[in-house]
Design a protein around this ligand. Structure first.
Ligand code: UDP
Length: 478
């Protein structure tokens, strides 16, 4: 790493108001601040207040002297629901109300470079153009899903889209460059499906496509991925987007770059209170014996699905640590809410259910043998770094693509997509934990080594971060 110098660049980082987006962009903010770039991280008040309560975010500027926080309201009342079907409402609301506030900050703070979440595509591009501030897009999803979003109009042109119904779901999509014959219709982003799953947030496909194409207007794109993970897609993507910086896995990158003093307090940038009792529980479990289960920060499940997962986990006879957020269960439909006694008993014997955990630490704990995940990009890449095989149950958006990568490209797990059945859960848990354990562990360990190499000195992501910083310095000098 080059020695830190004072920089005249002032970067404003503006994430979409959701856990996964804030998490990875805050990791980038810390990495830039470590190199003495002036960074203002712009959060909604709701997110900032939660980060203050649960991630001690206010202590960060003392450790990263050039990092500051600013907030804007998301335009919704504090008690407004923000998970499941309602999870996209803060984003919509900021898009509607946030423009004058963002303009004000960009001008008053003399920002020299805007790093905007790609979800703010048009709004951020228009503002940056109006004010004359160079803009970089940060995509918090993987390159493969971004490329799939980008390619959707061409899938309509080649009659591979639309997806017409259930019978169509196993049809192979053959024409996405770099992903030829990898995806079936059921592996396309959920927005391509004719029907929404129960409780799934709604974003029209046209909006996804048009916001994705807005990235063509940005000076560069940053991805929380690494070259070895998505090489075929990245080589195609680079022809359309010449200035791409792959700097991930960012949480590991932050850890490998930050001097000990700045990194003493490990932070998952959580907007939920971490229940640390899970770490002591994990300490008391045998080596690689636990299935860690989490469906991220916005997924909701019906009571019926919850019971299927629960029965499958208990019947597998494996130990499990399960994150069940207080807002995770979709509103009841007047059904029986009692829990069968054998589930209560099985959980007492071999399980632990908590509201939120420090996931990166959990995944790297020696007792964890598999991760049952919804395949949000952060969770996926965190599992890759930890070398933990996955059992995937994607919920929406990019997760359908990510779970296909896990099972069919990287071969580090199984994809349960579109099925929620106790027998399937039980069988997949046993396959990953016992029957095919060595096979999955070997692939996962190989990928983990690559991930770490990429963010170590001399690795591609490490070098790309240096290049990104030089690029920001350059475009900041008007
Ligand atoms: N996470 C966590 N504790 C939990 C569950 C999740 O710290 O109990 C973090 C996880 O490490 C990841 C983020 O929350 O960084 C979830 O992001 P992801 O992209 O996986 O999914 P999303 O929540 O956006 O659907």
């Amino acid at each position: 790493m080059k020695p830190p110098q004072t920089s005249s660049a002032h970067v404003l980082i503006f994430p979409c108001p959701a856990q996964g987006h804030v998490n990875s962009m805050l990791n980038l903010a810390q990495l830039l601040a470590l190199r003495n770039l002036h960074v203002t991280f712009l959060n909604t008040e709701h997110i900032h207040n939660r980060l203050t309560r649960f991630a001690d975010i206010e202590s960060l500027p003392a450790r990263y002297h050039t990092l500051r926080f600013k907030t804007i309201p998301d335009g919704l009342p504090e008690e407004h629901p923000r998970s499941g079907e309602r999870s996209v409402e803060p984003l919509h609301s900021v898009k509607v109300h946030g423009k004058p506030l963002l303009r004000d900050i960009l001008v008053k703070e003399k920002v020299t470079c805007l790093v905007a979440d790609g979800f703010f595509g048009k709004l951020a591009n228009d503002l940056a153009e109006e004010i004359g501030v160079p803009i970089i897009h940060f995509r918090t999803i993987g390159a493969s899903c971004f490329w799939t979003y980008f390619w959707i109009p061409y899938l309509f042109d080649s009659n591979e889209l639309p997806v017409t119904g259930e019978e169509d779901m196993d049809r192979i999509i053959s024409t996405i460059p770099g992903m030829e014959n990898l995806l079936r219709c059921r592996d396309l982003p959920s927005f391509c499906r004719p029907n929404r799953a129960k409780g799934e947030p709604f974003i029209p496909l046209e909006t996804i496509v048009s916001e994705t194409h807005q990235t063509l207007r940005a000076r560069a794109v940053v991805f929380n991925t690494f070259d070895d993970l998505e090489a075929p897609v990245l080589s195609h993507l680079r022809r359309r987007f010449p200035t791409i910086f792959t700097v991930g896995p960012l949480h590991q990158h932050r850890e490998s770059r930050a001097p000990t003093a700045a990194n003493t307090m490990k932070s998952n940038n959580s907007i939920w209170e971490e229940d640390m009792s899970c770490m002591a529980w994990l300490d008391s479990q045998p080596f690689r014996s636990v299935v860690y289960v989490s469906f991220g920060s916005v997924t909701t499940v019906t009571r019926e699905s919850l019971l299927e997962f629960w029965c499958g986990l208990v019947n597998s006879k494996m130990r499990f640590l399960w994150v069940v957020r207080s807002d995770m269960i979709a509103a009841g439909e007047g059904k029986d809410e009692s829990v069968p006694a054998e589930l209560v008993e099985g959980t007492k014997e071999r399980g632990l259910m908590v509201g939120w955990v420090p996931q990166v630490e959990v995944l790297s704990h020696k007792s964890v043998g598999a991760f049952m995940t919804h395949c949000g990009w952060n969770s996926t890449i965190e599992s890759v770094v930890a070398g933990v095989p996955m059992i995937c149950w994607p919920y929406f958006a990019d997760q359908q693509v990510n779970s296909r990568l896990v099972s069919d490209s990287w071969k580090v797990g199984l994809d349960m997509k579109d099925v929620c059945d106790r027998n399937v859960v039980e069988n997949m848990v046993n396959d990953v934990m016992v029957n095919r354990k060595e096979e999955f562990l070997q692939s996962a360990e190989k990928l983990a080594i690559l991930a770490r190499k990429n963010v170590s000195e001399g690795g591609p992501s490490y070098d790309n971060l240096d290049r990104l910083i030089e690029f920001i310095e350059l475009i900041s000098q008007k």
